[in-house]
Write a protein that binds this ligand. Structure first.
Ligand SMILES: [Zn+2]
Length: 118
């Protein structure tokens, strides 16, 4: 008898050109729209995961801002921002949920981070 194990595929996504890819353990139920000086320009919707649960790949360019705690990752070809990595000891990564296949923005709870001070 052969046992068939149904393996659920991890949700994933990519930038516009498809060169940069991201995979996450589950689609986010909640996303954050941050109004800080950089996130409002990126227009990203952030979903947060433990850093060991997220994979970024592809030709990535990096932008480190301000105090240098976060390195934003974007496709080196088309420029889409796929997420950020902490550069300090920190347990999470941010993923731009707009890059995820099958992410329904209308089905997720939205947290608006109004602090635009930085
Ligand atoms: Zn791209």
């Amino acid at each position: 008898m052969v046992e068939v194990i149904a393996r659920k595929q991890m949700p994933s996504g990519s930038c516009h050109c498809g060169s940069a890819k991201v995979s996450v353990p589950r689609l986010p139920e909640m996303v954050t729209e941050c109004h800080c000086t950089i996130c409002r320009r990126y227009a990203a919707l952030w979903a947060y995961y433990r850093k060991e649960d997220v994979t970024f790949s592809g030709p990535l360019a990096v932008y480190v801002r301000g105090r240098g705690h976060i390195a934003f990752q974007r496709c080196a070809d088309c420029g889409c921002v796929i997420g950020w990595l902490p550069r300090i000891e920190y347990p999470e990564r941010g993923v731009n949920a707009r890059m995820l296949d099958d992410f329904d923005v209308n089905a997720a709870a939205l947290v608006v981070e109004e602090d635009a001070s930085e």
